[in-house]
Design a protein around this ligand. Structure first.
Ligand code: UT7
Length: 402
């Protein structure tokens, strides 16, 4: 049991619900063999990946994230209107702005919630979890949804065999809730080392100057260096957070690592002297879903009963930045079984939110059409003003000549 560090009367942030949304379309290693010079054996041996999910044109980071969030709300038996904050970790948003969090807030009818996106690449979920936990622990909010959601397939160079084999699409979400019972998200360590920023990048596609050509916008990676960095920090961040929580490695029941490469996870297990069975692994089915990989793995493990109340689990991630971090969770609260009436209210709030959003758009449209001064009024005012200026200028130059 981790040492409680909160003062009396302060809240703990418990994970009370979780949800996953992955696209239906499966892309196997055999499918990738048709795109680049590679083979199933090489991909399995070097990464452990067998297949990944690929979003179709109907899905975005927002739609996948919203589906995962709805499942997490259902699982936690929380109503959308009770959500105070939505934090989204993504590296593949549809827009720079609006944020994916705002789009999800609208889709799930969380009409009272604030929302923002956060970018820390594959470590994003650990960062996002910490931001939401801090708001709960300091008593500013009661309920938050933390989402990792990615459509990495849209930022891959599908002719680069060293990267396109690795990634997949999907979303995972947690509902965090304040509770005075000790437990929940106990400690987090976060790190960043920008000296390695060139090792793993996705350009914004922005022009270097206003009239230049658009820049690159796909994953570029020095795989070997990222591999070396990952094997080092997975173990060190885990040990650091365990020590900070006042625990020992023997207290840890399960580790949920970022799902990048099976060999990285095996190296971390060896270095931490833990059994491979203590690591949750699902990358064989989803590949690396970046910020979504940890919440998807946690949600699946919880559904399968591998994560149970009173267990101590560590989530550990690493990625571009370079960034890395780990969180120690005392899994304490059993999910509350939802009643039929609460389900009806929840669906009602989602539908009400959608109707409210629709009417707001309509009123905004009508309002701007009704109250916009007609263009010809602007035109007439501008014509009179330029005439007056020209007359003044003419008068002035005549006086100068005299
Ligand atoms: O979320 C964080 C994201 N990134 C990561 O976690 C990535 C970490 N790195 C890795 O997982 C591994 O470095 C990779 C899986 C990307 C590559 O595995 P590796 O064992 O480090 O291979 P390598 O880069 O050292 O390449 C070995 C050989 C090369 O051929 P040569 O130069 O030895 O003739 C590559 O060209 O394998 C070749 N290769 C491939 N061959 C078949 C690279 N990609 C492929 C491929 N299929 N897909």
């Amino acid at each position: 049991m981790a040492r409680p560090r909160n003062g009396a009367g302060h809240h703990y942030a418990h994970v009370v619900g979780w949800g996953v949304a992955v696209p239906e379309q499966v892309m196997t290693n055999a499918d990738i063999e048709r795109l680049v010079e590679t083979n199933d054996k090489w991909i399995r041996d070097r990464t452990g990946i067998a297949e990944r999910r690929i979003a179709d044109e109907r899905d975005t980071a927002a739609t996948l994230g919203a589906r995962a969030a709805r499942k997490a709300l259902y699982n936690a038996d929380i109503l959308p209107r009770d959500v105070d904050l939505i934090v989204v970790a993504t590296s593949s948003p549809e827009y720079f702005f609006p944020s994916t969090a705002s789009l999800i807030q609208d889709r799930i009818g969380a009409t009272r919630a604030a929302g923002f996106d956060l970018l820390a690449a594959c470590t994003g979920f650990i960062y996002a979890l910490d931001m939401a936990t801090a708001k709960i622990k300091c008593g500013q909010i009661e309920t938050a949804i933390v989402i990792g959601t990615e459509v990495m397939s849209r930022v891959l160079d599908w002719s680069d065999r060293s990267t396109c084999i690795l990634f997949g699409d999907g979303a995972g979400a947690f509902v965090l809730k304040a509770n005075d019972m000790p437990g929940g998200v106990m400690e987090t360590v976060l790190h960043s080392d920008g000296s390695g920023s060139n090792l793993l990048t996705v350009g914004t596609g922005m022009r270097p100057v206003w009239n230049g050509q658009h820049g690159p916008q796909h994953v570029e990676m020095n795989g070997r260096e990222v591999f070396r960095f990952a094997t080092r920090v997975m173990a060190s961040a885990t040990e650091e957070v365990v020590e900070l929580a006042g625990c020992s490695m023997g207290d840890v029941d399960l580790i949920v690592p970022h799902q990048a490469n099976l060999r990285i996870i095996q190296a971390a297990a060896r270095s931490l002297r833990m059994q491979p069975e203590q690591f949750v692994v699902n990358l064989d089915r989803y590949g690396n879903t970046s910020a979504a990989s940890i919440p998807i793995a946690v949600a699946e493990a919880a559904e399968e009963g591998r994560i149970r109340p009173n267990q101590t689990i560590v989530l550990v991630g690493f990625g571009a930045g370079l960034t890395w971090g780990a969180t120690l969770i005392e899994w304490a609260v059993k999910p509350t079984p939802a009643t039929a009436i609460r389900d009806v209210v929840r669906e009602g709030q989602i539908i009400f939110g959608a109707i409210q959003s629709f009417w707001r758009r309509v009123f905004r449209y009508i309002g701007s059409a009704l109250f916009r001064p007609p263009a010809r009024l602007y035109g007439e005012t501008f014509r009179r003003w330029t005439k007056r200026q020209n007359t003044k200028r003419k008068d002035g130059s005549q006086e100068d000549e005299q």
